[in-house]
Design a binder for this molecule. Sequence first.
Ligand code: ATP
Length: 371
Amino acid sequence: MASIRLAGVSKVYPDRTAAVSELALDITEGEFLVLVGPSGCGKTTALRMIAGLEEISSGTLTIGDRVVNRVPARDRDVAMVFQSYALYPHLTVRDNIAFGLQLRKMPKAEIAKRVEQAAETLGLTEHLDRRPRNLSGGQRQRVAMGRAIVRKPHAFLMDEPLSNLDAKLRVQMRAEISRIQRDLGVTTVYVTHDQVEAMTLGDRVAVLKKGVLQQVAPPQELYDRPTNIFVAGFIGSPSMNLLQARLEADTGTTGARLRLGEQTLAVPAALLAERPRLRDYIGHDVAVGIRPEDMEDAELVDTPDDSALTSTTDLVEALGSEILLHFQLDAPPVVTEDTKELARDVGADHLDAASRKSDIIARCSPRSRTK
Ligand code: ATP
């Protein structure tokens, strides 16, 4: 295994598309780094540059202690796992896994040993003599992984390896990739547009937008301390509520208040003391980010009136383990009956609750973030 360092790495395609701009990343030995971002943000391009499948326009790429800008892909000793699996249909699982080792003219006994070990790790032993067309999607994905594992490379590079699997298998394989990577301790760069995959797999997650790195941090830090509105909105499912507001001084209390449409929300003096930078925003328009789980029904908790907002539920989605409530905060407050009953009612009979227009009151809890 090896560290991977990108220093100011950029890619401009011949048609002048700037796919990756000045990317700086230090990936340590054995680390699992996830590159995440919306479609077209340059994740695949970045990965292909590390693999040697795409030329670097400027900057320096180092694998281990070797600058590899001009080193061909086959000499970089990295193994790529593609979304399409790229298996040879006419070869058995055994030969697909062994293919790269045979090309390198490794002794047959060593190849057989490595293939069997990989098959064991991946639960493929009983399928070694089958051909890819006789395997399920998940099994094919494992063969692609096997091909990477047997090479014992410096690094694994994975480009959306789970995106062709159904939701259940994806969760299962996600856990397996995590386990295998931990067991083998191989430096891994993993590309995905799925932020749940990013959060669950990565030791650190790098968020890209339009070819520019926005933030790189451990998953929980990205979630708790997003560096900008893009990261705040991208990480988290359902995503953070981002509301336009104005922060105003509240001379009476030495605190402040947020004006959200026609409503106001108190920002207590204690919170301002804890986060002194907030004072700089008094008198300015701000974006307020509130995670869905940081809202509570103010009727069900003991809360002062000025720390609550009033709104009307548009939609109730019962997901089994949780219930999502959608509502408009800008709408003028509408008071209807049954507010206290809402949480219990939706649990008991969500169809009934969904068909009823009820008030939902959001409360800023201490974990809510304001910027
Ligand atoms: P996705 O999640 O959709 O695969 P991505 O984040 O991996 O997207 P890239 O495939 O790296 O994004 O593409 C980044 C940008 O570079 C996009 O605007 C894309 O259209 C452009 N691009 C990719 N390959 C080429 C190419 N060969 N020539 C010109 N532009 C390209």
